[in-house]
Design a protein around this ligand. Structure first.
Ligand code: AP5
Length: 216
């Protein structure tokens, strides 16, 4: 199964993908994490993608697709994978079709005010990447990861001005993918009745959607 989680920044793609990955036994591939890994490694490619990521802009399609292709060529992806943050443009979706057949696309819809509040309070483990929220999904110990004991940090692109830019980029460049996948009979829309419902409940609802036959 190749599952795509589509949605604006802060929709919860990473939060839900990490849980779905355990339940479905499929690797969770976040192109945002791949970009941050490149930056951390200090490679030439890392320097190039940092310029975009810091400003909340999309990394060029061909560059990000090469990064993704490298990751999905690993043997752990042979039985399928969960994509979080890819594709982000219609061009990326077309490039993906050349190498993989998407099974289903979950479009996570969350109101803007919830997004801004979530991202301004997001905390991430520097060691294992686990995602928390200083307001809604607090770690048991202040700024320490429950899972591995690593230190928590705030992402540099979770700054209010950069969040606004990322939302704008989402509307202009990524939202057209909703129609793209709807036309192909792959889209399943998900809007939580309660945006603050615990991720475990949201994931149960997403699993039900995956099992439903396509909408058209
Ligand atoms: P990326 O890392 O993909 O950022 P994003 O899409 O902006 O998404 P986020 O990671 O911010 O949000 P999310 O939906 O995963 O939410 P999360 O689960 O963390 O990309 C970063 C950058 O890399 C891009 O700007 C771009 O430059 C580059 N890039 C990446 N992919 C690219 C591509 N394909 N093409 C080009 N460039 C690319 O949740 C958010 C918060 O909400 C957390 O604090 C969480 O705890 C909380 N939360 C979630 N669910 C709940 C809930 N049910 N109740 C309460 N709190 C919740």
């Amino acid at each position: 199964m190749i599952l795509v989680l589509l949605g604006p920044p802060g929709a919860g793609k990473g939060t839900y993908a990490s849980r779905l990955s355990q339940l479905l036994n499929l690797p969770h591939i976040s192109t945002g994490d791949l970009v941050r890994d490149e930056i951390k490694a200090g490679s030439g490619l890392g320097m190039k993608v940092k310029e975009y990521s810091d400003k909340g802009l999309l990394v060029p399609d061909e560059v990000i697709t090469e990064i993704l292709k490298r990751r999905i060529s690993n043997p752990d992806c042979n039985g399928g994978f969960i994509l979080d943050g890819f594709p982000r443009t219609v061009r990326q979706a077309e490039l993906l079709e050349d190498v993989a057949h998407v099974t289903a696309v979950i479009n996570i819809d969350v109101p803007d005010e919830v997004i801004v509040e979530r991202l301004s309070n997001r905390l991430i483990c520097r060691n294992c990447g686990a995602i928390y929220n200083a307001k809604y999904l607090k770690p048991k110990r202040d700024m320490i990861c429950d899972k591995c004991g690593g230190p928590l940090y705030r992402r540099s692109d979770d700054d209010p001005e950069v969040i606004r830019r990322r939302l704008e980029v989402y509307r202009n460049e990524t939202a057209p993918l909703i129609y793209y996948y709807e036309e192909r009979g792959l889209l399943k829309n998900f809007r939580s009745k309660d945006p603050r419902a615990p991720p475990e409940l949201v994931v149960e609802e997403i699993l039900k959607l995956i099992k439903e036959p396509p909408e058209r």
